[in-house]
Design a protein around this ligand. Structure first.
Ligand code: SF4
Ligand code: MG
Length: 314
């Protein structure tokens, strides 16, 4: 609720703060049990920061994160460490996040040994099961990450994230580094695992087709703000916010005769150091009105399935 993360910009030998990057600027949303919420937006819009704030890998400047009634933002470091078994992360580059000197079996067993104080034998057995769940052969247990392809390594990353039976997995650009054909395999695996484990996903990506493939609901971010959130169906059929309309217009549609005009955004994304007053999208919005330059639009519910922050709907 009302999550903010401002990074100070320091300057000179005195490291004086001369401004702030408003990476996340007053964002509220919720994720339901067993659902996938996709977060889309161009790079630098603050989507990764949100994932890190939820896990408290970063401390918010303001706002709260509640998980099943517990206020994560006020937990002590050790209480948060306990809580982390319910909240796991899958990263973009599985190679960078997997220790190259550890065997796959140990990589998957490690969280069980550390967090669950499982015996070596128990953990190894559980790792074997997980390996099967993510579709890797048993002989992978004794091999090293470099012996596997990107898609297989991402399966190891997912097995590791699943080891503690988390309730929420935050996937940050989890398939972005993979070939398109491998992407859909990993997305399908994530979907299957969701049905089996009733896990919720926060699926962060700049890749609109991946987000569409996996999400139940989608939130669209622009310059540190959420501009629209809604059910996937409604959002794709009837995007409300002019930024969502522009983003989606760039994606090829499956039906070739379905008419969707391509909206070309002019101008660059403004700097998050000094975002435009009023609606941050106004310098690039073809529908901007006088009020848009002065007043930041409230995030309001527009129909049963969609909410947006835009004066067109006020
Ligand atoms: Fe465009 Fe105004 Fe809506 Fe912003 S509030 S998206 S500038 S119409
Ligand atoms: Mg990112």
């Amino acid at each position: 609720r009302h999550l903010k993360k401002y990074f100070p910009i320091k300057c000179g030998v005195m490291r004086r703060t001369i401004g702030h990057v408003k990476a996340v600027d007053d964002i509220s949303f919720s994720i339901r049990r067993g659902e996938t919420l996709g977060i889309v937006g161009e790079s630098g819009c603050g989507k990764s920061t949100i994932g890190r704030l939820i896990l408290r890998l970063l401390e918010p400047t303001a706002g709260r994160v509640r998980f099943e009634g517990t206020d994560l933002t006020s937990l002590s470091k050790s209480a948060m460490r306990e809580m982390r078994q319910h909240l796991q992360m899958v990263f973009q580059d599985p190679y960078a996040s997997l220790n190259p000197r550890m065997r796959i079996g140990s990589l998957i067993a490690e969280p069980l040994l550390v967090n669950k104080k499982a015996s070596g034998k128990e953990a190894w057995k559980k790792a074997e099961e997980l390996l099967e769940v993510v579709g890797l052969p048993q002989n992978a247990m004794k091999r090293y990450p470099h012996e596997f392809s990107g898609g297989q390594r991402q399966r190891v990353g997912i097995a590791r994230a699943l080891a503690l039976h988390p309730k929420l997995i935050i996937a940050d650009e989890a398939v972005s580094a993979l070939d398109v054909s491998i992407q859909s395999q990993v997305l399908n695996l994530l979907k299957d695992l969701q049905n089996e484990y009733h896990v919720s996903y926060l699926f962060i990506s700049h890749n609109l087709s991946a987000v569409r493939h996996i999400s139940d609901r989608i939130g669209v971010m622009y310059l540190g703000r959420l501009v629209e959130i809604g059910d996937k169906k409604g959002l794709y059929a009837n995007p409300l916010h002019p930024y969502t309309q522009a983003l989606l217009s760039a994606v090829p549609v499956a039906k070739p005769n379905a008419k969707r005009e391509r909206i070309i955004l002019t101008g660059d994304v403004p700097s998050p150091v000094d975002p435009p007053q009023g609606c941050a999208f106004h310098p690039r919005c073809s529908k901007a009105m006088e009020i848009c330059k002065r007043v930041r639009p409230d995030f309001i519910r527009i129909n049963e399935a969609q909410s947006a922050a835009c004066h067109l709907y006020a």
